[in-house]
Design a protein around this ligand. Structure first.
Ligand code: HEM
Ligand code: HEM
Length: 131
């Protein structure tokens, strides 16, 4: 799962910094929170998931990692898309997307934590280094 996470992270990074530049040029910071979370949930978190899954292949190749990947990658666009539409249209209906997307991300995050506790063991990393 690590290569997939790295590739999607790179795409979010590009989208998020373009949004940052557009906000700066337009002096309109209403989407600052979307910019922040595309960077932090999209780029930073996914780069970290990819790194952890690469360092600990038992975690990265588990079923939990696959489910986590899909929950995170469905949740983030639904959540951030919902917030963007709320900000742009002022239509509260889109709040539902933000809430549902967030809950999906949280569920993925819980599975990630379970996976880390199950499969991340200090000796795996040490053995790999000296192999
Ligand atoms: C070319 C790259 C980037 C540009 C042009 C940019 C631009 C901006 C702008 C214009 C703001 C709004 C500032 C304000 O509200 O006064 C902002 C806020 C923010 N940016 Fe970026 N940014 C960039 C990269 C990043 C990266 C890489 C991260 C995180 C890894 C990040 C995280 C944040 C956060 C957390 C905020 C605060 C949002 C808030 O206060 O609501 N930005 N950025
Ligand atoms: C499901 C996951 C998450 C939810 C539901 C969430 C929700 C929120 C909310 C409601 C705010 C306040 C926004 C505002 O005042 O406009 C916020 C702000 C912030 N969050 Fe998150 N967050 C999540 C994940 C994260 C993660 C993973 C990070 C960092 C790695 C992060 C970093 C921040 C930062 C830096 C701010 C302040 C900047 C801002 O106002 O946008 N968040 N978050």
């Amino acid at each position: 799962m690590s290569a997939r996470f790295f590739k999607v992270a790179a795409v979010y990074f590009v989208i998020a910094i373009i949004l940052g530049i557009v906000m700066g040029i337009r002096h309109d910071f209403s989407l600052a929170s979307v910019h922040a979370h595309l960077n932090l949930l999209g780029w930073v978190s996914m780069a970290l998931f990819g790194t952890i899954y690469h360092l600990y292949p038992a975690a990265g190749s588990s079923k939990l990692a696959t489910i986590h990947f899909w929950l995170h990658n469905l949740g983030v666009p639904v959540m951030q898309g919902g917030i963007t539409l709320v900000m742009l249209t002022e239509n509260g209906v889109f709040t539902a997307f933000a809430i549902i997307g967030s809950l999906v991300v949280v569920l993925g995050g819980i599975l990630f934590a379970v996976n880390v506790f199950k499969h991340v063991k200090a000796e795996f990393l040490v053995l790999k280094k000296f192999a």
